[in-house]
Ligand binder design. Structure first.
Ligand SMILES: *[C@@H]1O[C@H](CO)[C@@H](O)[C@H](O)[C@H]1NC(C)=O
Ligand SMILES: *[C@@H]1O[C@H](CO)[C@@H](O)[C@H](O)[C@H]1NC(C)=O
Ligand SMILES: *[C@@H]1O[C@H](CO)[C@@H](O)[C@H](O)[C@H]1NC(C)=O
Ligand SMILES: *[C@@H]1O[C@H](CO)[C@@H](O)[C@H](O)[C@H]1NC(C)=O
Length: 880
């Protein structure tokens, strides 16, 4: 990984790599202008090569010579204008080639000739004017399955040769196609299954007539001024292959559309984003029976009931799943009197405006397994609202406005396994309110206002495995509370609460003593200033614990025997916990003979010796970066830590004295440059980087297109927030100085300009979503955490940013916090001049934008130093 290292030649990056071993090389975000022939010939085993975000304008013939094994090559976000013959010589094994976001206008007919195994080719966001020349070059690719040309300047489909017969998917979205000039029956290969023509400007259905569409299984034409029914009439397309989402199909024509689908059962009846406002009973009666009904992204305010929609026809029994996310519903669909739909297992009403549940709100769907009510405005639960849901396994109520839970509300849910109440306003759990949930395994109460958990609050949860209580206001925890969970609890998250100890002697029974099965305990980041003291016996009883986090806790003292019971511990982090208290007590880790990873980064440590690392015979990773260490005893690495494989000493003022001569990093000149010159592998970050685009994509899709929902919530809170803020001025520690919210299209500027200026020039700690988000968590949670853990939030505003709903969610959450804490946390940086008229298209954002501190990125380079100075000043807390 040589990402963002200001490299201008390939040789500086690969020159010192052990030859013939590397299989993956990441050179993204550097300054490479050119690749000479044979640039990578030292690395013949390379499988993946990432050259994105460089300044590549030309590729020498044979630039990739010697990479006979290479399978993926990413050249996106460069400055390639054309692809001459010979550019890809020697890449006979390449499967995937990405050339997105290059100003690519021409491709030599022979450029792709060597790529006999290429299966996917993406050329998004270029300047290609027509499909013909691409078809000429790609015609030689016998294995090509996917060709992606979205976001170019294509205005015609022909003239040109047919596309390769192996092609399965052709993506032409976001171009300038109007009449489909040059379309011919032979253009699309018979094997083609997916054709994406969305967001063009095709208005006449007859334009499709020359194409053979009969073999397609999916045609996407959203964002064209097209009549879906006219399209079906004019072509040989099978009606079920047409995705009518986003085509403005009116209620009055639903019947006609449904009849065209025939009568055989359908897997998914999908009517997304059609602007439907009202669906009267019987609207879908003519549709074939479907397993899933998807009405996401419409403007529905009321839906009578599901049974009513479907009428009394035979299709009712087939329905298994109903999705009505992103509408304006205020109540769940309900109509007494219709017979229930016992087949329905999943119901999602997330991202609506549901404010309350009437008694028996789900009587129509008594056999639900999964019910999603997250991201609504539920302020209270009717005690009888969930009546009858005996089969429910998972209930999502997170991101609502619940202030308390009525006793008995959950008692019908005998089989419930997962209950998510994260990010509500719960301040108290009455005894037994969660009783009657004997099978509950996961309970998420993070992000609420709990201050105290009474002895019986968690009673009746004898099967609970995972309990999340992070980001509440808990002042203390005690053994009595956890007693009922003793036999089952494995994961307990108490991060971001207000726990604090004042002396090393624990005055009470050790709080975690009943939790003999606990494997993971998180206590990081107690607010406002940290835990301060880890008393004796605090962890007594945790004999199965594998992982413990005490990071960000301003520790002043740790009792020498605090960790004595943790004989099974494998991962321990005390990072960022420097309270200035100096050093660790001797023998503090003496019993941790199974410890594999110890993170002591940024703890203010001045010395460490064998008396600290006595028995850590299995320790593999030791992180000591950013401490005050001047030396490290040789015994630490040789005798004391026989299993050590990874040692991080970056940013320690190690002196080059004889004591340290054993360290391979002397002399100091080399130490100094360690950070920037040497490529190192940070496995966690690497894995994260590799998976996060997928995770983010999968999670972000449903977030797109939400409407003014959050604003409503702010207004509700405005009053309360104002009142709260008066008597709770908080002075907290923050994990980050700044959360940077940006659109991926501006990533080049963020990583190339902003990050170096702020992190290096301004010594600010930045939170960037691609780097600091935790994989595997809901994106909303990640954003909420990022904003709460950062002193300020910077939004990098550009056209792309305003259009992306995800980014605007970030703005909205930041403003929300702004109201809550009455502090100016939001700073806007305008990356391009946006005229008032354009802003007003996004009026929701505009209101926020016009009021907040904002800075404009100057076009003139000489004005930029002033810009950076102002920005850094603002972010350090200097105000606007
Ligand atoms: C380049 O493409 C590869 C393969 O799809 C992908 O893993 C990688 O994340 C891409 N690089 C960037 C910066 O998106
Ligand atoms: C219901 O949702 C679950 C979890 O998302 C999913 O695995 C399952 O396939 C869905 N069931 C149906 C019938 O769609
Ligand atoms: C290592 O552990 C043993 C018992 O497990 C203990 O007697 C000894 O004092 C420990 N050594 C150090 C240096 O802490
Ligand atoms: C290379 O690093 C960038 C930036 O961290 C990342 O987005 C990309 O996914 C990485 N590429 C690969 C192939 O892992």
């Amino acid at each position: 990984r040589c990402v963002q290292r200001f490299l201008a030649t390939v040789a500086t990056a690969v020159g010192d790599l052990p030859p013939a071993t590397a299989t993956s090389l990441n050179l993204s975000h550097n300054l490479l202008p050119h690749l000479p022939p044979g640039s990578f010939s030292r690395l013949p085993r390379l499988l993946t090569l990432d050259l994105t975000h460089n300044l590549l304008a030309t590729l020498a013939p044979g630039a990739f010579g010697g990479l006979g094994a290479l399978a993926t090559l990413n050249l996106s976000h460069n400055r390639l204008v054309n692809l001459p013959e010979g550019s890809f010589l020697g890449l006979g094994n390449l499967r995937g080639l990405l050339l997105d976001h290059n100003p690519l206008a021409t491709i030599s007919p022979a450029a792709f000739l060597p790529l006999a195994n290429l299966t996917w080719l993406t050329l998004r966001g270029g300047r290609l004017p027509a499909l013909g020349p691409v078809a000429v070059a790609a015609g030689h690719l016998p294995r090509l399955r996917l060709l992606d040309l979205c976001g170019n300047r294509l205005s015609a489909l022909g003239p040109g040769p047919p596309l390769p017969p192996s092609l399965l998917a052709l993506l032409l979205c976001n171009n300038s196609l109007e009449g489909l000039a040059g379309a011919s029956p032979g253009l699309l290969p018979p094997a083609l299954r997916l054709l994406d023509l969305s967001y063009n400007n095709i208005s006449r259905p007859s334009a499709f007539a020359p194409l053979r569409l009969g073999n397609l299984s999916r045609l996407l034409v959203a964002g064209n001024p097209l009549d879906p029914l006219g399209l079906l009439e004019a072509t040989d397309l099978r009606p079920r292959s047409l995705d009518v989402s986003g085509l403005g199909l009116e209620v009055a024509r639903l019947g006609q559309y449904c009849r065209s689908l025939g009568v055989a059962p359908l897997r998914r009846l999908q009517l997304r984003r059609n602007g439907l406002r009202h669906l009267p009973n019987g609207s879908l009666a003519a549709c074939p029976p479907a397993t899933t009904l998807d009405l996401t992204g419409n403007r529905l305010r009321r839906v009578g009931c599901l049974g009513g929609l479907l009428g009394v026809g035979g299709g009712r029994g087939e329905l298994r799943e109903v999705v009505m996310e992103h509408n304006l519903l205020r109540w769940p669909p309900l109509c007494p009197g219709w017979p229930p739909l016992p087949g329905v297992r999943n119901l999602s009403l997330r991202f609506n405006r549901i404010g309350g549940l009437g008694p028996g709100a789900f009587a129509e769907t008594p056999r639900l397994r999964l019910l999603r009510l997250d991201l609504n405005s539920l302020a209270r639960l009717d005690p009888r609202g969930l009546r009858g849901l005996r089969w429910l396994l998972e209930l999502r109520l997170d991101n609502n406005l619940l202030t308390d839970l009525p006793p008995g509300a959950f008692s019908p849910l005998r089989r419930l396994k997962t209950l998510n109440l994260r990010n509500n306003r719960l301040s108290v759990l009455f005894p037994g309110v969660l009783g009657g949930l004997p099978r509950l395994q996961t309970l998420d109460l993070g992000g609420n206002n709990l201050r105290h958990l009474g002895g019986k609050a968690l009673g009746g949860l004898g099967g609970l495995r995972r309990l999340y209580l992070d980001r509440n206001r808990l002042l203390e925890v005690n053994a009595e509370t956890f007693q009922p969970l003793g036999v089952s609890l494995e994961v307990l998250d108490l991060g971001g609460n207000a726990l604090r100890y004042r002396s090393q002697r624990l005055g009470q029974r050790p709080p975690f003593q009943p939790l003999g099965r606990l494997r993971l305990l998180k206590l990081q980041g107690q607010r406002p200033f940290g835990l301060h003291i880890v008393p004796q016996r605090l962890f007594q009883g945790l004999t199965s614990l594998r992982s413990l986090s005490l990071a960000q806790n301003g520790l002043l003292a740790i009792a020498a025997d605090a960790f004595d019971d943790l004989g099974q511990l494998e991962f321990l982090t005390l990072a960022d916990s420097g309270g200035g208290g100096g050093d660790l007590p001797a023998g503090v880790f003496k019993n941790l003979s199974r410890l594999r990873s110890l993170d002591l980064e940024n703890m203010g440590l001045r010395s460490l010796g064998p008396q600290i690392f006595g028995n850590l015979s299995r320790l593999e990773r030791l992180l000591l970066a950013r401490n005050q260490l001047r030396g490290l005893d040789k015994g630490v690495a040789t005798g004391g830590l026989p299993a050590l494989r990874y040692l991080d000493l970056r940013k320690c003022p190690l002196s080059c004295a004889c004591d340290n001569a054993w360290l391979p990093t002397c002399p100091p000149a080399y130490l100094h440059s360690f950070d920037t010159r040497v490529c190192f592998l940070d496995l966690g970050l690497y894995l994260f980087s590799a998976t996060s685009p997928l995770v983010a994509l999968a999670l972000a899709l449903p977030l797109l297109y939400h409407r003014g929902y959050w604003r409503l919530r702010y207004h509700l809170y405005l009053l309360r927030a104002w009142a709260n803020g008066r008597w709770r001025p908080e002075r907290r520690r923050f994990l980050y100085d700044t959360f940077v919210s940006y659109n991926s299209a501006d990533e080049g500027w963020v990583l190339g300009e902003l990050v170096p200026q702020l992190e290096e020039g301004g010594s600010l700690r930045l939170c960037l979503h691609h780097r600091d988000f935790r994989p595997g968590r809901a994106i909303v949670d990640n954003i909420v955490d990022a904003i709460y853990n950062s002193r300020k939030t910077v939004c990098v505003v550009s056209r792309g940013y305003l259009r992306s709903e995800w980014c605007s969610l970030e703005i909205q959450l930041a403003t929300y916090r702004l109201f809550e804490e009455l502090r100016d946390v939001l700073v806007l940086v305008f990356l391009e001049p946006l005229p008032e008229a354009e802003l007003s298209l996004f009026h929701r954002a505009r209101r926020v934008l016009l009021r907040r501190t904002h800075l404009r990125w100057p076009q003139q380079p000489q004005e930029r130093p002033l810009f950076w100075a102002k920005l850094i000043h603002t972010l350090r807390g200097g105000g606007g």
